[in-house]
Design a protein around this ligand. Structure first.
Ligand SMILES: Cc1cc2nc3c(=O)[nH]c(=O)nc-3n(C[C@H](O)[C@H](O)[C@H](O)COP(=O)(O)OP(=O)(O)OC[C@H]3O[C@@H](n4cnc5c(N)ncnc54)[C@H](O)[C@@H]3O)c2cc1C
Length: 307
C-alpha cells in the first residue's frame, strides 16, 4: 500500500512525486514509456517561458529537472503497462499481473498528438512525415511540402518550412485559420505558402517514401493530387484518459474535470498537468498543478491521522 500512486512521468507527474517526497509521502510513479519526460522529448524549440530557467529544447529542460528528480525519494517504474484501474478502490492492475493499491491516485497522463487516420500516415513515418519544422526543416530544404491544420502550431510550422522549401501547401478543414493574428499576418508575406481552407487531406501516397497527397477541396470540387516530399500534421492533441474515462467526470473532449485543488469528482483521485488543462497547457502549469495536488493530499492524510 502506497500513500500516492502517480500515473505518468511527464513534468506534472514528476513534480507531484518531487513534492510528495518533500512532504513525507510515499509515492510510486508508473510510466508507460522507456524514459520520463513526456512531451518534453518532442519540444525542439527553445523554452524561454519557464520562470527562472531557459533551455535550448525539452531535452535540456528535462536534464535540469533530472538533478532534482534523482535526489528525491520516490519509486519510479518505467515501461509499465497498466491494464485496468479501479478509481474508487484506488486499485491498479498491471499487464505483468501485479496489483497495486494506494490511498490517493494522481492522473498525470498528459496528451498525445491527434492523428488524421488517413492511408499512408502511419506507413510513411520516418519516410517523409515531418515531426517538427524546427528539427527537420534542413532535411526538407528545397522540397515541396504540405502542412495540415489551422491553429498556431500548424501555421508556425508552415512559416518555418517556407524559409527553406519552394512551396508549402497549408490544408485546413475550417473556413478560417485559427492561428493567432501575428502568424496569420506573416502568412501574407510568404508567397510560397498556398492556403486551402475548407479542405481535407485524404491520402498520403508514394512508393518508398512520401511522393504526393490527395486533397478534397470544398464540396462539389473534384479531389486532386499534389506532388510533395514531406507532410507535417498539426491538428491538435487529445487527452490520454481512455483507461478511466468512464469512471470520472470529463469534459466533451475527454479532459478530466478538476477543481482548484486538482481534485476530480472521485474522492482522493486527482488530475494534474495537460490531462486536466485543455485551455492553457504549459510546463509551468503542469509542475504547479503537481505541487498543488501533493500539498492537498498531504493535508488530507495528516487530517486523517489526527482523527
Ligand atoms: C512541440 C511542443 C512545444 C512545446 N513548447 C512549450 C513551451 O515552450 N513552453 C511550455 O510551457 N510548454 C510547451 N509545450 C507543452 C508542454 O510540453 C506540456 O504542457 C507538458 O509537457 C505537460 O506535461 P504533463 O506531465 O501534463 O504531460 P506529458 O508531458 O504529456 O506527460 C504525460 C506522461 O504520461 C505518460 N502516460 C500516458 N498514459 C499513460 C499510462 N496509461 N500509463 C503510464 N503512463 C502514461 C506519457 O507516456 C508521458 O510520459 C510544448 C509541447 C510541444 C508538443
Amino acid at each position: 500500500m502506497q500513500d500516492v500512486i502517480i500515473i505518468g512521468a511527464g513534468p506534472a507527474g514528476l513534480s507531484t512525486a518531487f513534492w510528495c517526497d518533500e512532504l513525507g509521502l510515499d509515492a510510486l510513479v508508473l510510466e508507460q514509456a522507456e524514459h520520463v519526460g513526456g512531451q518534453l522529448h518532442r519540444v525542439y524549440n527553445p523554452i524561454n517561458n519557464y520562470l527562472g530557467l531557459k533551455a535550448r529544447n525539452g531535452e535540456e529542460l528535462l536534464e535540469r529537472f533530472s538533478a532534482d528528480v534523482e535526489s528525491a525519494e520516490f519509486d519510479l517504474w518505467t515501461q509499465t503497462t497498466i491494464s485496468s484501474v479501479d478509481l474508487k478502490a484506488k486499485r491498479i492492475s498491471l499487464a505483468s499481473g501485479e496489483n497495486l493499491q494506494s490511498i490517493a491516485l494522481v492522473i498525470a497522463t498528459g496528451v498525445r498528438p491527434r492523428v488524421l487516420g488517413v492511408p499512408g500516415e502511419k506507413e510513411f513515418a520516418g519516410k517523409g512525415m515531418i515531426e517538427s519544422a524546427t528539427r527537420d526543416r534542413e532535411l526538407f530544404a528545397g522540397q515541396d511540402v504540405c502542412v495540415v491544420g489551422g491553429g498556431d502550431a500548424a501555421v508556425e510550422n508552415a512559416l518555418l518550412l517556407a524559409d527553406v522549401c519552394p512551396t508549402v501547401t497549408l490544408v485546413h478543414r475550417g473556413k478560417k485559420l485559427r492561428a493567432r493574428h501575428e502568424f496569420r499576418e506573416q502568412l501574407q508575406s510568404k508567397h510560397c505558402i498556398t492556403v486551402f481552407t475548407e479542405s481535407v487531406l485524404t491520402r498520403i501516397m508514394g512508393d518508398e517514401r512520401v511522393e504526393a497527397v490527395e486533397i478534397h477541396r470544398k464540396q462539389g470540387l473534384k479531389p486532386f493530387q499534389l506532388a510533395v516530399r514531406g507532410v507535417l500534421i498539426r491538428i491538435g492533441v487529445e487527452p490520454n484518459t481512455e483507461l478511466f474515462r468512464d469512471q470520472l467526470e470529463t469534459d466533451e473532449n475527454g479532459y478530466v474535470v478538476v477543481n482548484s485543488q486538482q481534485e476530480t469528482n472521485v474522492p482522493m483521485v486527482f488530475a494534474v498537468g495537460d490531462v486536466s488543462n485543455p485551455v492553457a497547457p504549459t510546463i509551468s502549469g503542469a509542475t504547479g498543478s503537481g505541487a498543488t495536488a501533493a500539498k492537498v493530499i498531504a493535508g488530507k492524510l495528516s487530517a486523517k491521522v489526527a482523527q
